[in-house]
Ligand binder design. Structure first.
Ligand SMILES: NC(=O)C1=CN([C@@H]2O[C@H](COP(=O)(O)OP(=O)(O)OC[C@H]3O[C@@H](n4cnc5c(N)ncnc54)[C@H](O)[C@@H]3O)[C@@H](O)[C@H]2O)C=CC1
Ligand SMILES: C[N+](C)(C)CC(=O)CC(=O)[O-]
Length: 466
């Protein structure tokens, strides 16, 4: 699959990274002589962040090509994404060219933050709004607006690269999310202009409180809880009158004077000027990855999207042994010397055990029936250093499956085939009601013994105790 990215700035660079890291080939056209450097820097950040969201490796990265005109970039493209500056006459010109040169069946999306599809297509272009959020390689949301069949095709493709398409029921200036952001932005400009708060104080007001809530429950679910046991109706009765009070200025926009720009930019420099934009991006990405990984555990919000995408990522196969882990080491897993922390070796072993259990059918349904495995012993050998960004693969051999006891031997390999660790795990199948050992039975036992019989033909692994 090929994506053509027209305009490779902040957003185009993010789109390029999103498609590339999901295995697509990417062609970029941007007349800026600095475009290759800028996209390279965005890609470096994306490579350390996006794979860290997943406990399975993403597909092998596609190829990136930069072109010096639009025609070769869009040739044979399955998706064309325009991300040129937010000026309608420029978008019209670029979309006239794209509509003429791109394949008829290609999805054509515009990253526009605010123009409606009817404005973009006014001169006959074939384009829908596909509005993403920065950083495009990490945040799942894409607002889709425009022709229903075009949006439906776009939605399927976006899900395939781990994104969350939200198709608008009707077009409106600035879609959904930017209308909300614009309201907060306007109020914030007033608060700074009127000397009520600094940029740093406003950021604290967001990130110490409601910003944390919004990532997991949004606005309406959060306020439903705020209504107490009586829920939303009570919340509205209590806070409805505030709509009449002078709580917002909204349509009353502060004049965009050079003084206001200087005031805001000066306070922003004082707040964050000690860090480069790229370093701020890395801090933002690490925090986003951490938060989204937590949300993945409960399947909430963006975590649900990532979890669903993860199940579509295939595990490779190994000669005769099941591959139980295939993943990239996240940057948060390393110590101050940049090596993977010792506890994470065990975590990889535990992930391998977990996956093996899923393979034999020891899953949530089995737990609901009162059965499950507990680990009795782990023997871990550290054989090679592992570093952030490396891909590891684990295969698992059944050494024993007798009565209630099962023994698994996990080999952790680096991408070049070097053995990095082995984890020898002894497990006991228990009846959760009695908390005592109880042999597995039924189809689960059959699958386990099938593995055990096949693996018994293989050599005893070096390093495994007899
Ligand atoms: N920056 C943001 O937070 C977000 C921006 N957007 C939207 O994405 C679009 C792009 O915005 P940014 O990436 O922020 O702007 P940007 O200024 O970072 O990048 C725009 C790029 O387009 C290139 N360009 C200019 N004319 C071109 C042409 N004729 N053909 C190809 N490339 C051309 C420029 O050289 C530049 O690299 C806008 O429509 C904006 O509203 C959407 C979501 C978030
Ligand atoms: C400020 N902005 C209008 C360009 C913001 C967006 O369009 C989305 C985002 O990433 O915040």
């Amino acid at each position: 699959m090929k994506a053509a990215i027209i305009g490779g700035g902040v957003i185009g660079g993010g789109w390029a990274a999103r498609f590339l890291l999901n295995g697509w080939d990417v062609a970029v056209f941007d007349p800026d002589p600095e475009a290759a450097r800028k996209i390279g820097e965005v890609l470096d950040n994306a490579r350390r962040a996006l794979p860290a969201l997943y406990d399975r490796a993403l597909p092998a990265e596609g190829t990136l090509r930069l072109h010096d005109s639009l025609a070769p970039a869009v040739a044979d493209a399955d998706w064309v994404q325009e991300s040129v500056p937010e000026r309608l006459e420029l978008k019209h010109k670029v979309h006239a060219d794209i509509s003429r040169l791109a394949p008829a069946q290609a999805v054509i999306g515009s990253s526009t933050s605010g123009f409606k599809p009817s404005e973009l297509t006014a001169q006959g272009a074939r384009v829908i709004v596909a509005h993403p959020f920065n950083p495009v390689y990490l945040l799942p949301l894409v607002e889709l607006v425009g022709a229903a069949d075009h949006c439906a095709r776009a939605a399927g493709i976006l899900r395939g690269v781990g994104m969350y398409p939200l198709t608008l029921r009707k077009e409106i200036d600035a879609h959904i999310a930017d209308r909300l952001l614009e309201a907060v932005w306007r109020e914030s400009l007033w608060l700074v202009k009127d000397g009520i708060a600094t940029t740093a104080e406003i950021d604290e007001a967001i990130r110490m409180g409601f910003g944390l809530r919004w990532a997991q429950m949004g606005l309406f679910e959060t306020y439903r809880i705020a209504g107490g046991e009586a829920g939303m109706a009570h919340f509205m009765a209590q806070f409805g009158p505030a709509l009449e009070w002078p709580w917002t200025k909204l349509m009353d926009v502060p004049e965009f004077t050079p003084e206001l720009v200087e005031l805001i930019a000066g306070q922003s420099d004082a707040q964050s000027g000690h860090m480069s934009i790229r370093a701020l991006e890395r801090l933002r990405d690490d925090n986003l990855v951490g938060m989204m990984r937590v949300l993945k555990k409960t399947g909430t919000g963006a975590g649900g999207t990532i979890g669903a995408h993860e199940t579509t990522l295939d595990l490779p196969s190994d000669d005769g042994l099941p591959v139980t882990v295939h993943r990239v080491i996240p940057s948060g897993w390393t110590d101050r010397n940049g090596r993977m922390n010792e506890a994470r070796y065990l975590e990889i072993g535990a992930q391998a055990t977990e996956r093996f259990m899923e393979m034999i059918g020891c899953d949530a349904a089995h737990a609901a029936k009162g059965g499950g495995y507990v680990t009795q012993e782990d023997s871990l050998r550290y054989l090679a250093e592992l570093h952030a960004g490396e891909t590891v693969r684990v295969n698992s051999q059944v050494l024993l499956a007798e009565d209630s006891e099962t023994r698994l031997f996990h080999r952790v390999f680096k991408a070049d085939g070097t053995l990095a660790a082995t984890v020898d795990t002894v497990l006991l199948h228990v009846d959760m009601a009695t908390r005592r050992g109880a042999p597995p039975d039924g189809p689960m036992a059959a699958r386990l013994h099938e593995f055990a019989r096949a693996h018994a033909q293989m050599p005893w692994p070096e390093g495994a105790r007899r």
